[in-house]
Design a protein around this ligand. Structure first.
Ligand code: MRU
Length: 353
């Protein structure tokens, strides 16, 4: 993705590995500060995922795979059997940090699978690293393809609404729903984006930051203004990503997606879900909806330009606040799904994947 630093424009991916350090754009500091967080061990990777320094279903999956590879490299002095048992424990710990998105599960299982039959610890470490890099590259290519394919659904002069940050920051690069926006914009389609704020964590600020880097016209709206624009037919399509797509086509995604889908349906606005195939779950069971700290609701995170610091301001007294992070949108509200393999309707999942 493009990042403007002063007068320079640089290309970055969201997460990558340098020797045995897992590097990531620190999303807790954006849009105020652009900085790179370097996790020196897998415990720091797990904490970075939990704290949402890296976030978005595919990005946390890739970060976890790099964390596993890092753990393998740093512990290759162990006998191979012990190393593999240790990696299984590490994987379980990583998976517990953000339990809803299925990409992490699918990707981590792949890395562990590559190590399974190997007899030397060096081979285990090399296989883990190689598979993690491969998964990252595949995600980048899948997201690029989603953009290429999905942009065909976007007419010229379209106004689209995007929820959460289904952007390059939520993947290795390009994004899911935002990859479609990037490609449509690059094709000169004159796209305008309504980016929902996505309370409480405010991922909309990240979407707005990415669109600003790319020079894509947009505005930020509060979540409760979405219905206003949909009802006035000022939106031609709603685009979202997903954290887990069930075999029947139901979509688990950022809290508020369900409300948006029902309102889009009611107003005849297409509701498009974009996700790589790593976001598809093989079974409908064990969907755990992450409930995050109530402090995300009772406090807001802001920037003090005079001090150049990020502060947390309390906006509610000590009340009982609930903070489910995801919801489930039944497939009947989904018009199209876009994956790297094609565009299809939710009831065509079995045939298409
Ligand atoms: O809690 P987050 O910010 O990790 O949630 C992210 C989303 O819900 C995205 O829509 C989803 O991961 C898919 S697009 C990267």
């Amino acid at each position: 993705m493009k990042v403007r630093i002063g007068s320079e424009v640089r290309e970055y991916q969201t997460v990558w590995m340098e020797e045995d350090v897992v590097c990531m754009i620190d999303q807790t500091k954006l849009p105020f500060e652009f900085s790179i967080y370097r996790a020196k061990n897998v415990e720091e990777v797990a904490e970075a995922i939990r704290m949402m320094k890296v976030r978005g279903a595919p990005a946390i999956g890739v970060a976890a795979c790099y964390g596993l590879a890092q753990a393998a490299l740093q512990n290759r002095h162990l006998p191979s059997k012990e190393l593999k048992a240790f990696l299984s424990k590490v994987a379980a710990h990583l998976l517990s940090t953000r339990p809803t998105a299925v990409d992490m599960q699918n990707m981590v299982t792949r890395v562990l699978g590559m190590c399974e039959d190997l007899n030397s610890s060096d081979e285990v470490a090399q296989a883990a690293l190689c598979e993690a890099r491969k998964i990252a590259q595949e995600n980048l290519e899948a997201c690029r393809r989603i953009g290429e394919l999905g942009s065909s659904l976007i007419p010229k002069n379209a106004k689209v609404m995007v929820h959460c940050n289904p952007g390059a920051l939520g993947t290795v690069d390009y994004g899911t729903a935002l990859s479609i926006v990037r490609f449509a914009h690059a094709q000169g389609k004159n796209i305008f984006v309504y980016a929902t704020e996505t309370r409480p964590w405010l991922q909309g600020r990240l979407t707005s930051w990415e669109l600003t880097q790319e020079g894509i016209p947009h505005c930020l709206i509060v979540d409760s203004a979405a219905g206003y624009y949909l009802q006035r037919r000022e939106v031609d399509a709603v685009l979202v990503g997903a954290d887990r797509i069930l075999p029947n086509g139901d979509v688990v995604n950022k809290i508020g997606t369900y409300m948006l889908a029902v309102t889009a349906y009611e107003n005849g606005v297409p509701f498009i879900v974009a996700a790589p195939t790593t976001t598809f779950a093989s079974s409908s069971s064990s969907v755990k909806v992450e409930e995050r700290s109530s402090e995300e609701i009772t406090h807001v995170k802001g920037y003090n330009p005079e001090l150049g610091t990020i502060t947390h301001i309390k906006i509610h007294p000590n009340v009982n606040a609930r903070n489910p992070s995801f919801d489930l949108t039944p497939s009947k509200y989904v018009t199209f799904m876009v994956t790297e393999k094609g565009i299809f309707k939710p009831n065509e999942i079995k045939r298409e994947l």
